[in-house]
Design a protein around this ligand. Sequence first.
Ligand SMILES: NC(=O)c1ccc[n+]([C@@H]2O[C@H](COP(=O)([O-])OP(=O)(O)OC[C@H]3O[C@@H](n4cnc5c(N)ncnc54)[C@H](OP(=O)(O)O)[C@@H]3O)[C@@H](O)[C@H]2O)c1
Length: 338
Amino acid sequence: MLQTVRYLIGTAGPSGYGSKSAAEEVTESCPDLRSVTAIITGATSGIGAEVARVLAKRGARLVLPARNLKAAEEARARIVAEFPDSEILVMALDLSSLSSVRKFASEFESLNLPLNLLINNAGKFTHNHAISEDGIEMTFATNYLGHFLLTKLLVNKMAETASATGIQGRIVNVTSGIHGWVSGDIIQNLGVITRNKRQYDATRAYALSKLCNVLHTKELAYRLKDMGANVTANCVHPGVVRTRLTREREGFITDLVFLLASKLLKTIPQAAATTCYAAVHPRLLNVSGKYFVDCNEATPSKQAMNLTEAARIWVFSDTVVSSKDPKAALENYLSSIN
Ligand SMILES: NC(=O)c1ccc[n+]([C@@H]2O[C@H](COP(=O)([O-])OP(=O)(O)OC[C@H]3O[C@@H](n4cnc5c(N)ncnc54)[C@H](OP(=O)(O)O)[C@@H]3O)[C@@H](O)[C@H]2O)c1
């Protein structure tokens, strides 16, 4: 109850920020970002677009990978119109396709750019059951597995950049508070929604992918430390905000729900604040493996804090993305645990 009141009035937490802080405000005290190169997924709309705008305002060079290149060029043009000195590259990436992720990573590598920041923000929530070209349920493939592979392919570049420049690299995974809604075994849940259209539940699929974003962060932070990389990994719940995430449900009912919940919603600049805070705020130097809400450290669900589970999901994901037949790898894993 007290927490809800604090949220509604936007009381600042220990970081000095709260639910009503906006991305521009939390980056005001940040160092000049002109020596920083950032990849931000999902910057064509919503939260990602605002994160990109604010980091460009602070001087960062941006790489915006997108499946919809026209939308990405429009996003780029909007930022350049506001900040003409911005350096922004648009590149092709469909996160639901492991081959597209590999192609993007190799094209990025060939540019010989440094990489300081990786913001894994893109996401989807879909009412219709779909399977990715690799044979995996589409929400999981897009929100989690694509980002898992993207991070794996870029992490050495980030470690090299950090070591060459002395600037600590940061990886930010955008999750959701809904990650706590998952019950039961993660891989078996994935098996059910991948195999069986009739048992597909959009909220369950979305929550599952977001739980894996948190577990990925935990294990990634551990592995980055173990490899001696001067790179941190944290995850954030941006808060609830009306964006194109609910694009499949546009209409009167959705308008009404958002109207009734309006007091609980954030604006897009407020929703972009926690991501920007985790990405660039000096206070988070050396902070890794944490979960942030309203720009303050928070406690994720019990399942999301299970380090054994984080390690298990990492091994599973690595097996799937490294396999020539990811669907068969999932099936093999499922038969091995049944
Ligand atoms: N909105 C909320 O209340 C809320 C709450 C908690 C967490 N989040 C999380 O916040 C993040 C941003 O969401 P948002 O609310 O800003 O939604 P949004 O406006 O729909 O933005 C989602 C972004 O992800 C991109 N994307 C989707 N599928 C992709 C794919 N296969 N490959 C590459 N890019 C893809 C979209 O690009 P296209 O233009 O190609 O569709 C878009 O740029 C997501 O991770 C979401 O789960 C949102």
